[in-house]
Write a protein that binds this ligand. Structure first.
Ligand code: SF4
Length: 322
């Protein structure tokens, strides 16, 4: 059995524009590996391509090029062409439970659907299974006949998580699962995910723009910028020894809550300029238009990912020379 449950090799996903031969390069040559039982946070600003990776892994988009291996099996194709066991083992929770849950169906109908599709329950024990799913996310059977509109945002997201859990997935993709929710319920969702992941040992790809969320949640963190991975590191290393200028810029701008965090935080780094368009990605290092440390080579040559330590890699010319 491969050590990595998910392996993404040189993945590209380009979308055509209205202009001939011009593309939005949403994902541009990404290599990424997710270990079994690991939570990997993929963090980036809006438009960095992180959700496109999630949707391509889920088969909602087919890759422009590159390969996606799930448990060693090539799944670089759209969902309709994937075998049923892969669909069962790979589930996603979307950002907005208000739109991802069918408003015409009650919670029982929503949660029994994946059980029926994947033949995971007999007709006479479906309700029992649905109640178990609700209990997994700490909702009672009183919710069975409610409709999504009668639930709060946090409760709807818990139902969406229960639906994703229904098939007993090996890999769960979480696409900004807390960003549409009030701060007051975000912690409940995060704690539920941490508990389920540790009890069931599933692997999670957690897509977010909220770097601070990763500190107590992820085992490793990957930073994306303009369709490319800039740095990947174990979480502690990531927060204590960030190397890429872009990572340092992001970390220097997040609020801290303790003196200890303040000491670990890099000096404030302000990037100049705007994020370039993913249609016109700058040559060389794509961060050079905003990087205060850019040197000549950065304008012409794209840096390769350099292995700096165990599981820690960075794509920056400052480290290539060493
Ligand atoms: Fe900055 Fe150059 Fe490193 Fe890019 S490669 S982040 S421009 S120093």
């Amino acid at each position: 059995m491969p050590e990595n449950i998910l392996l993404i090799n040189k993945l590209k996903k380009y979308f055509p524009t209205t202009e001939r031969d011009r593309y939005v390069k949403a994902v541009d040559n990404v290599d990424l590996a997710l270990k079994r039982g690991e939570i990997l946070g993929v963090v980036g600003e809006s438009g960095s391509g992180k959700s496109t990776i999630a949707y391509t892994v889920m088969g909602m988009y087919s890759p422009t090029s590159g390969q996606i291996l799930f448990e060693g099996q090539d799944i670089s194709c759209e969902t309709s062409r994937r075998p049923m066991p892969v669909k069962k083992d790979l589930q996603i929770v979307f950002q907005d439970p208000g739109t991802s849950l069918n408003p015409q169906r009650n919670i029982l109908q929503i949660l029994e659907l994946p059980l029926k599709v994947h033949r995971l329950a007999d007709p006479d024990n479906t309700i029992r299974k649905v109640i178990e799913l609700l209990e997994m996310v700490e909702l009672s059977e009183e919710y069975l006949y409610k409709y999504p509109r009668a639930l709060g945002g946090g409760e709807r997201q818990l139902v969406a998580i229960a639906r994703a859990m229904a098939t007993g997935p090996k890999l769960m993709i979480l696409d900004e699962p807390t960003s549409a929710l009030d701060v007051s319920v975000q912690a409940k969702i995060v704690n539920t995910l941490i508990r389920l992941q540790s009890e069931l040992g599933m692997s999670c790809l957690f897509i977010t723009h909220d770097l601070s969320l990763m500190r107590n949640l992820a085992h490793r963190v990957a930073i994306m910028y303009l369709g490319k991975i800039m740095e990947v590191a174990p979480t502690q290393d990531f927060f204590e020894r960030p190397l890429h200028p872009y990572t340092q810029m992001l970390l220097s701008s997040i609020p801290v809550i303790s003196k200890e965090e303040e000491t670990l935080k890099p000096d404030r780094i302000t990037a100049h300029g705007e994020i370039p368009s993913p249609v016109d990605i700058p040559p060389g290092c794509r961060f050079h238009t905003r990087c205060t440390l850019a040197k000549d080579i950065c304008f012409t040559q794209e840096p390769d990912a350099i292995q700096i330590g165990p599981n820690h890699s960075v794509s920056c010319h400052l480290f290539s020379e060493d």
